[in-house]
Design a protein around this ligand. Structure first.
Ligand code: T5A
Length: 236
């Protein structure tokens, strides 16, 4: 697979091989996952500060979003007025944003040795569209293979907490987006789907008890940060 600057020098083109992961340089791809109000954004800053202090060059991004196109798609996906959006349209929009994100931002950064921390990635599709909406995971796998060609996060931190605590935290912020308006049963299915994925891929997932106080959550993160610093070659 070759990554080449495009005409405007910003985007790059992905071409060819089956597994993107083979040539992503030394950059590591870390994703944060969890239900609504799990504290990903809050703890992402903690993680970012710890890694940057250790001299690791980082790109922090999010899904859906991360690129100009992806952020426009995010607007469509989260807009509570889009009540008629079908489950298939929702899933395809998620992967459209993701394809652009990988192509324009994530792969070029990894190729240059920059680490990428992403607030949500494909596990969210399995949890929300698969678990929450009931889309057959085999259909998600088809799109995953098409858009990612084997590309996976190196490490995924799952912030797990009881649904009602997460919804209280998220609801305290005011206006609810299209997903936050779903029923509790939807979020229970999302949570179970996440936990199931973590159970089946313990090498990639680290699960944090996010229902605890922030200080205790960050103590759990310290262990994971230690592991990441070892990977970066700057641990004890
Ligand atoms: N989606 C996304 C899909 O359906 N499929 C997909 O493939 C993808 C990629 C994205 C939506 O899109 C869906 C899932 C989402 O619904 P979003 O705005 O990114 O929308 O939604 P969230 O990621 O859920 O963002 P949230 O802001 O709701 O959650 P966070 O980032 O996990 O939580 P955070 O850090 O903002 O914290 C929420 C509140 O809790 C407090 C914070 O101060 C904040 O006020 N808090 C704590 N309070 C007490 N104790 C703690 N330990 C706390 N941690 C945080």
């Amino acid at each position: 697979m070759q990554l080449r600057p495009s005409k405007d020098g910003e985007a790059v083109r992905l071409a060819g091989r089956d597994c993107m992961r083979e040539t992503t340089g030394k950059g590591r791809f870390i994703t944060l996952e969890g239900g609504e109000g799990a504290g990903k954004s809050t703890n992402l800053e903690y993680l970012r500060n710890a890694l940057e202090r250790a001299g690791i060059e980082l790109l922090v991004t999010r899904e859906p979003g991360g690129t100009l196109l992806g952020e426009k798609i995010r607007g469509l996906l989260l807009d509570p007025d889009n009540t008629a959006m079908s489950d298939d349209a929702e899933m395809l929009l998620m992967f459209a944003a993701r394809a652009q994100h990988i192509h324009q931002l994530i792969m070029p950064a990894l190729e240059q040795g920059t680490w990428v921390i992403c607030d949500r990635f494909t596990d969210a599709t399995y949890a929300y569209q698969g678990g929450g909406r009931g889309v057959d995971p085999r259909r998600i796998e088809v799109l995953e293979q098409w858009a990612q060609r084997g590309f996976q996060p190196d490490l995924t931190i799952l912030f797990d907490l009881p649904v009602e605590i997460g919804l209280q935290r998220a609801g305290a912020r005011g206006d609810l987006d299209r997903f936050e308006r779903e029923q509790t049963a939807f979020f229970e299915r999302v949570r179970n789907a996440y936990l199931d994925r973590a159970k089946h891929d313990p090498a990639r997932f680290r699960t944090v008890d996010a229902g605890q106080d922030l200080i205790q959550v960050q103590q759990q993160l310290d262990t994971i940060i230690g592991e990441l610093l070892m990977i970066a070659g700057c641990g004890d």
